[in-house]
Design a binder for this molecule. Structure first.
Ligand SMILES: *[C@@H]1O[C@H](CO)[C@@H](O)[C@H](O)[C@H]1NC(C)=O
Ligand SMILES: *[C@@H]1O[C@H](CO)[C@@H](O)[C@H](O)[C@H]1NC(C)=O
Ligand SMILES: *[C@@H]1O[C@H](CO)[C@@H](O)[C@H](O)[C@H]1NC(C)=O
Ligand SMILES: *[C@@H]1O[C@H](CO)[C@@H](O)[C@H](O)[C@H]1NC(C)=O
Ligand SMILES: *[C@@H]1O[C@H](CO)[C@@H](O)[C@H](O)[C@H]1NC(C)=O
Ligand SMILES: *[C@@H]1O[C@H](CO)[C@@H](O)[C@H](O)[C@H]1NC(C)=O
Ligand SMILES: *[C@@H]1O[C@H](CO)[C@@H](O)[C@H](O)[C@H]1NC(C)=O
Ligand SMILES: *[C@@H]1O[C@H](CO)[C@@H](O)[C@H](O)[C@H]1NC(C)=O
Length: 586
């Protein structure tokens, strides 16, 4: 088998090089999961591959993607889809569910996770991680959480050959110094209870200070050797993957002389950056693959990373008992040395909200922000429309607005929706479209009513554009969450009281243009163009862990609203990436 494998690998390398030279189409287009999909964890069962990624304060939590060929991925559901599993109420932006670990053992799929319900500077303790499990990953029905005892995140489950179960996670020495490390103990799987004291098993390969951030551990037992793959350097430009091996799940560790085995930040001109948080898997044919997160700064500018951290795939080979990621080359958008089909994962998405089923459900690619207190949408109240029942919360509130989101999947992508017959009661009644990062960063185009004083209540309509940018620090005082952003709202009077409204948000690599078309108008009137830096940089005191989504909403801006908003369709039209497949190097 050994010789067979290496001969096969060698032959396939030769074949790939030849093929690239002749035709150069036999490759893979990354990211395989376009749009924000950070912290991928991958597992294979038989001929099926599954990937889980992070969702933060979005609900449901942790999408599960399925593929049989590693090229075509389909979203099959979410691990956390009930309030008993994930009750995000008032959870701050970028808290919520962090990195998952997806594993399979003895007939069950296990997903480890960590929910940061609270995430403010005065609350310095880490949360407890947990796992959920299911026998049928296609059922979209996972158990309630089983909590571990220790404090930390990025938990990984590992079954040793003797039946011992290890939990390995990223923890800190104490809540004051915050020196990060990889911690571990043995657990009773059924209860999550600790069987042994938590011990720090690895401090990482970087200098021991608070920016080293060893995290994202994954444990493997390969050919009788234990491997500990981790992420280091924090999730920005210093982010990397390193691997160590040892004689037991707890070490002692021998560091790979070629560490880091993935680090695009060594050259900031690489198109993909912030690479790390990897996981590896062996295919049924014996070949190995890895997944990791990365960002694609547009024009090499980190102010234009509005799609956030996406999931990339690369081949893994072995030499001297150490894995080599992507032939030792930086991770790329187009993999010339891969032998997977060259097929873009991008497709136009149209949802006309028409169903034959009597109890239709929303496509799983739609998300809510935090856990809805109760359903605020209906696909049956008015057939052929997605109806949103407005509540008192708006997209700018740290709560659960009547907001439906879907990830932006390409930097150049146009989003269009039609809002039918929305008759606002007053200037607080508002429904429309948004390009949304979080409650502090979003840009909206909507319909709202007129003002009482002007005798316009219930009679006039305005199209409203709300843009939000990061505030600049002025003077000696620090910006706070309350003044970290600046909001501008402009209103333009509409001609009709109830004609349908189409909204369009057109994204290119560096900006978004927000426009509308009233009634039968065929052309969109652009009202604002915003620099996508407004969706790529965290406001003061915040984080940037996700990426942009498109959304529709209906709000009473602080008051309950009885005015429903009916959306007739949702269209996302991405522009396909244009790679130079002649040269092969992109
Ligand atoms: C495991 O050992 C076999 C036999 O020596 C070898 O062929 C194979 O490449 C090894 N696999 C890894 C991942 O090192
Ligand atoms: C790292 O620094 C912390 C705090 O100074 C110390 O407690 C710890 O022992 C150090 N770890 C290593 C591996 O040097
Ligand atoms: C940690 O050490 C690295 C390497 O010496 C250095 O670049 C970085 O600034 C240090 N971080 C902190 C928080 O001291
Ligand atoms: C990067 O983009 C930001 C936001 O548009 C801009 O202010 C900055 O000048 C750009 N940097 C470079 C080097 O072009
Ligand atoms: C709505 O109108 C009221 C007066 O009727 C005014 O006080 C308020 O500022 C307006 N709100 C918005 C968001 O325009
Ligand atoms: C932000 O708020 C703080 C605290 O209220 C204040 O001291 C500071 O001046 C404000 N900064 C700006 C730019 O408004
Ligand atoms: C993106 O669109 C804006 C606004 O229309 C335009 O100024 C800019 O040149 C465009 N950028 C690219 C890379 O096409
Ligand atoms: C694509 O790459 C080939 C080979 O390096 C080069 O000759 C050609 O000019 C490139 N085409 C474009 C459009 O950049």
């Amino acid at each position: 088998m050994a010789q067979g494998t290496s001969l096969y690998t060698m032959l396939s390398h030769v074949a790939t090089v030849l093929f690239l030279a002749l035709h150069s189409a036999n490759a893979l287009i990354n990211p395989i999961l376009p749009g924000w999909n950070p912290d991928p964890s991958i597992v294979r069962v038989g001929s099926d591959y599954f990937i889980a990624t992070s969702t933060f304060e979005y609900f449901p939590g942790h999408p599960i993607y399925h593929s049989k060929d590693l090229v075509d991925w389909k979203l099959i559901g979410h691990a956390l889809s009930r309030p008993s599993q994930l009750s995000l109420l008032g959870t701050p932006s970028d808290a919520g569910v962090w990195a998952p670990g997806l594993r399979y053992h003895d007939g069950y799929f296990y997903l480890t996770s960590t929910t940061r319900y609270v995430y403010t500077s005065e609350f310095r303790l880490f949360p407890r991680s947990f796992y959920v499990k299911t026998k049928n990953i296609f059922s979209n029905d996972w158990s309630d959480p089983v909590y571990f005892d220790s404090l930390g995140y990025d938990a990984d489950l590992f079954w040793d050959t003797n039946g011992d179960v290890y939990c390995t996670w990223s923890g800190i020495n104490n809540a004051v110094d915050k020196i990060y490390g990889i911690w571990q103990n043995k657990i009773d799987l059924a209860t999550g209870n600790s069987l042994t004291p938590a011990e720090r098993i690895f401090a990482g390969t970087l200098p021991n200070n608070s920016s080293a951030r060893p995290e994202g551990p994954h444990m493997y037992h390969i050919n009788g050797t234990y491997y500990l793959l981790i992420a280091e350097g924090g999730t920005d430009v210093h982010h990397r993957a390193t691997i160590q091996r040892g004689p037991s799940p707890s070490g002692p560790w021998e560091s790979n002389p070629n560490n880091p085995i993935l680090f695009n930040g060594a050259d900031l001109s690489n198109a993909v950056q912030d690479t790390g948080h990897a996981d590896i898997v062996q295919g049924a044919d014996g070949r190995w693959w890895g997944v990791a997160l990365g960002v694609r700064p547009q024009g090499h500018n980190f102010s234009h990373i509005q799609l956030g951290r996406e999931t990339f795939l690369f081949p893994v080979t072995w030499s001297g008992g150490w894995p080599i990621f992507n032939s030792g080359q930086p991770m790329t958008e187009h993999l010339p040395s891969s032998i997977l089909p060259d097929r873009s994962p991008l497709a136009a998405y149209t949802n006309t909200f028409t169903f034959t089923s009597s109890s239709p459900t929303l496509d799983p690619s739609f998300y809510f922000i935090r856990t809805p207190y109760k359903p605020f949408h209906s696909l049956t109240a008015r057939r052929g429309y997605l109806r949103l029942f407005g509540n008192a919360y708006a997209p700018g509130d740290r709560d659960s607005a009547a907001l439906v989101l879907r990830k932006q999947t390409a930097y150049e992508e146009t989003f269009e929706v039609l809002l039918d017959g929305f008759v606002p009661r007053d200037n607080l009644t508002e429904a429309g479209a948004t390009v949304y990062y979080g409650d502090l960063l979003h840009n909206d185009i909507a319909v709202a009513g007129g003002r009482v004083e002007e005798g316009e209540e219930g009679s006039s309509r305005y199209v409203l554009v709300r843009t939000i940018v990061q505030a600049k620090q002025v003077g000696p005082w620090a910006l706070t969450t309350a003044n970290a952003t600046m909001t501008t709202v402009n209103r333009y009077k509409l001609a009709t009281k109830d004609a349908p409204m189409r909204f369009q948000i057109a994204g290119n690599s560096t900006s978004y243009t927000l426009g509308y078309a009233e009634g039968t108008a065929s052309d969109f009137t652009p009202l604002a163009t915003i620099d996508s830096a407004a969706l790529s940089i965290a406001p003061a005191g915040g984080f940037f862990f996700r990426g942009a989504s498109f959304g529709i909403y209906n709000t009473g801006n602080g008051r309950p609203s009885l005015v429903t908003a009916d959306f007739k369709y949702w269209k996302q039209t991405p522009k396909q990436p244009s790679f130079n497949t002649t040269s092969g190097d992109v």
